[in-house]
Write a protein that binds this ligand. Sequence first.
Ligand code: ATP
Ligand code: MG
Length: 474
Amino acid sequence: MKGKHRVEYLFASELFGRLVWFVRLRWLAVAGLGLASLLGPSLGVHGASPALLIVALFVGAANLFFTLALRRRKRRELPYDHLLACALRQIVLDLTALIVTAHFTGGLQSPALLFFAFHMAIGTIILPARMMYPLAACTSVAMFLVYFAETRGFLSFHPLDPSRGMCGAACHFNIAALIFALFGVVALTDSVTSRFKKRNVKLWDTTEELKKRTEDLQRSLEQVETVEERKSHYMRISAHQLRSPLATIKTSLQVLTEGYVDPASDRGRKLLQGAAERVDELLATVNDLLELAKIREGLKCAPWAESVNLNQLLADLFDALQPLAEGRSIRLVPSFRGVCILDRGIPPDLVYAFENLMENAIKYSKEGGEVEVRLSREHDRAVIEIEDHGIGIPPGFDEEVLNEFVRAPNARHHAQGTGLGLAIARETMEAHGGSLRLESREGEGTIARAVIPLHGGPPESPETQSESHPQSED
Ligand code: ATP
Ligand code: MG
């Protein structure tokens, strides 16, 4: 919440409370006027008798209306402007009633004049000073007109003490004193209340800032918890993945070292060969884990390079993977539309990611099939699609397989793998501000779709990056 709205929201509830208090106070004034009217004749103040009672009834009726109007609404439903208008109506009513009361209780000699100052103070507490100064001016003019009309005989004069006449020249002093008092009280009250209002706004700002910081802190804590959860989940899976080949190696070596099988025999050689294969698997897993950790932790220190040509990068991969494809009699079909050059990118990670995607397409294709690699430019994004017509991904697994160590059941029977390739590829795309999605039908084939913004870049300014981490090619 900003500026005017923030201040209005802050003061609306306070203003509502003050209006309720003001309405209660007015009942006292109504009672006072009624009493003055009833007791007036017995105290020798005859002029006030029916007039003040009428004023009391009128103010009482209006106050009843204000009370009901305030009760009908809930505090937070009332907008600030509405409350201000309501307060203004009440003050205008009070001042009018006070002018009439003053007229019937001696004009400029009336003791009711004191209440003008009182009203100006209350009014300035409730309303902004910019509204109260015009009200003070209007009241001054009204009282002057009453005085003028009384002296010229347009209005009858109602002295409290009939033995005394009009105040004459002293009244000039009275009117000047009244005007000075009205403006003086507004100015004084405003100087005090505006200081309080400013402090309130400051307090509100500090509270809001504190609230925001607490929320930020809460969010950070939640993020840390999620990261911690992911970490321990990741470590459990990693440990599990490493444990089974290690257990196999240990058993093989135990059988050989404890003399159950002769290492020179055929069986012994097979056991050693099996152990060596498991070691290779372990190495592949450890390398993939290291790659993943590198992407996750070292994004800022990664070897970002400028002007990374995706056409060139994919063409090089075509050459590198040709032997693997030929080994499975698979035809690699390139389909490049346009040139896609990333402003900034991490070439080794991109090579690793696309190599994985293309390897998957070859690995999970049926022998003699075809793998198409499409590259195109959509607005300011590069779109890379790798399509195969292989075993596909079973329903419900196309999102899951993007996570570490997740392999679909059909792939387990089809080929070996660690289940880390797609996780690495996805992290790489995300590090470049892009995304990776899989579209697949089991038994029909798969499309891996990577989208990378051409004008993305490292998380910090490129200048800082190139200064602190010189580019490298591996
Ligand atoms: P590696 O980590 O050695 O690459 P992997 O290929 O099993 O092993 P990922 O590349 O992460 O691991 O793939 C995860 C799983 O996603 C695969 O095991 C397979 O179930 C599924 N998958 C990925 N690409 C394809 C594809 N082109 N066709 C069918 N299934 C696929
Ligand atoms: Mg793979």
